[in-house]
Ligand binder design. Structure first.
Ligand code: FUB
Length: 338
């Protein structure tokens, strides 16, 4: 439990936020929502005050466990199912349990999560359970060939699952751009590279056992309206972190955060691998530096789960929220002013 700073505000009490946080006794962020067995399950990060100084690598996001939440209906009661996975029970992990996701196949639930290994390199881990709420048992090693942060697993209508991953700056994606880990790249590709193609999220097909990758990682490329890759200097549109995939009317909607420009954007494609053409902004900046979301269909409507820092006013102590995602008749997504 957290301090008394974590008070549940009445709707409208906080001018910057009229949507109520879903959870107010813990700080939660990066909500990945899924519908399993007719219920919504939310897999968020669990933010804590670890008293680590803020830096460009996100050292102050020093999370140590995950809780899983469920809801029978939107705006209904939110149930906290307790600790689903703890850092101390992940044999390979050193620190920083960042944004997780979950998937289901053949009677097993899979929790995917980024953590720094003992050498302080972000990897993606996986843990399994027979219940969507855990407890989850971690595999002894991270997924072979995995790196960076923010795994999001999408299962297509043909049953094939794909993982999207990556985040620049503290998420270390830039350190892998030559194929080998290069610790000297601390933020992105750096000054003088603004007119080069932006770094891309990675996409990979999952093996049938959901514990490994079935192929090498590939770029999930985002193109502009002229079919050219977005440039590194195009910070209002280029990928930063927090990838998500959903399918609507046969189209693949790749959505993500632009990080230092604090937008949630989306791009559309005809294949889960992309390329994706940039389409627009889903959500304008929320309170707090980070912005991270998931999109899910439930009982015939689409919802966006996201976070802000309205409860604490501190960027590393966030709270998850949900609101309806509105589409125009042509399938485009209406921009939300939070
Ligand atoms: O929660 C830690 C990091 O902050 C996530 O991995 C990013 O997406 C950002 O929300």
């Amino acid at each position: 439990m957290l301090s008394s700073a974590c008070v549940y505000p009445a709707i409208g009490q906080n001018a910057s936020s009229t949507i109520r946080p879903l959870v107010s006794d813990l700080f939660t962020a990066d909500p990945s929502a899924h519908v399993f067995n007719g219920k919504i399950y939310i897999y968020p990060s669990h933010d804590i005050e670890a008293n680590v100084a803020q830096d460009d690598e996100g050292g102050h996001f020093n999370m140590r466990d995950y809780h899983v939440y469920s809801m029978d209906r939107i705006n209904g009661k939110v149930t906290d199912h307790g600790v689903a996975l703890d850092l101390k029970d992940i044999p390979w992990a050193g620190r920083q349990l960042w944004a997780p996701d979950a998937a289901f196949r053949n009677g097993t639930y899979y929790l995917y999560f980024p953590a720094k290994d003992k050498a302080d390199v972000f990897r993606i881990g996986v843990a399994t359970s027979k219940s969507p709420t855990g407890p989850f048992k971690a595999q002894p090693e991270p997924i072979p060939g995995s790196y960076s942060i923010d795994p999001a697993v999408f299962t297509d209508t043909d049953g094939t699952s794909y993982m999207y991953l990556g985040g620049i700056w503290g998420g270390q994606l830039q350190r892998w751009h030559t194929g080998k880990y290069d610790k000297s790249l601390s933020t992105d590709l750096g000054k003088g590279h603004e007119n080069e193609p932006a770094l891309n999220a990675q996409v990979v097909r999952m093996s049938k056992d959901m514990l490994s990758f079935d192929e090498p990682l590939r770029d999930a490329q985002i193109l502009d309206e002229n079919g050219k890759p977005l440039l590194a200097g195009d910070t209002d549109r280029r990928f930063f972190e927090g990838a998500w995939m959903h399918k609507y009317n046969g189209k693949y909607y790749f959505s993500y955060s632009t990080g230092d420009t604090h937008l949630l954007c989306y791009a559309e494609g005809n294949s889960p691998y992309g390329p994706f053409t940039y389409k627009g902004v889903i959500m304008k900046p929320v309170e707090g530096w980070t912005t991270h979301h998931s999109i899910v269909e439930f009982q015939g409507k689409w919802y966006i789960f996201y976070h802000d820092a309205a409860l604490s006013g501190k960027t590393h102590l966030r709270n998850i929220k949900v609101r309806e995602l509105v589409r125009e008749k042509d399938g485009s997504i209406r921009t939300i002013e939070p």
